[in-house]
Design a protein around this ligand. Sequence first.
Ligand code: 5GP
Length: 213
Amino acid sequence: MIGNLLIISSPSGGGKGTLIREVLQTTPDITFSVSYTTREMRKGEMDGREYFFVDVPKFKELIAAGEFLEYAEVHRNFYGTSLSQVKKLTESGKDVLLEVDVQGAKNLLAKVPDAVSIFILPPSFATLETRLRLRATESSGDLQVRLRNSFNEVLDYEKFRFVIVNDDLETAVEELRNIIKAERHRTNRQDAVIQGILDGFDAAMHRFEKEPN
Ligand code: 5GP
């Protein structure tokens, strides 16, 4: 059984980080693929947990080595999804969450059309701005870049199969968990289980046919 690939995008400050953390802690059989980035590590982050932090030459080496399922330049830094990690994790049977920007989501969907795409929309620009300012992780220049980029990013919501408005965290967590669970019940995701059941019906039918009425 191969796990589902779940692509999650939102503008910076959309609150997807907290949402993803909550869902990872409270949903069984789900894991997160850690991306590579060239951006600076923030206070409280750890190499190998939020990202693998590398410099630009190393990132270019990884591109050349074919290590990325997709990569993109976002807010003046590079970010890339590790192909080997995604492969290993999905093959373990777990669902894998990928947190990427909208370009990354588009590129991933072109390569893995069966992936489940989810857009996290902040309830308003004002909320997004407040969240980013309160987070205080960016310099004022970087903050301006992120706010400016959000105008175009929100317009991309249509490219996603699901949209979650992240107003109340608890509600958003529940909605994301519900999507993950529902996707596990898609007909084509259950081929092996269904086949086992149908084989049982087939055997019973043959027994029935042999028995006198
Ligand atoms: P941050 O610097 O705030 O952690 O992330 C900035 C943006 O980069 C976010 O929109 C995030 O979703 C995106 N991002 C993180 N990892 C990847 C990745 O592997 N690929 C792409 N395309 N975007 C990523």
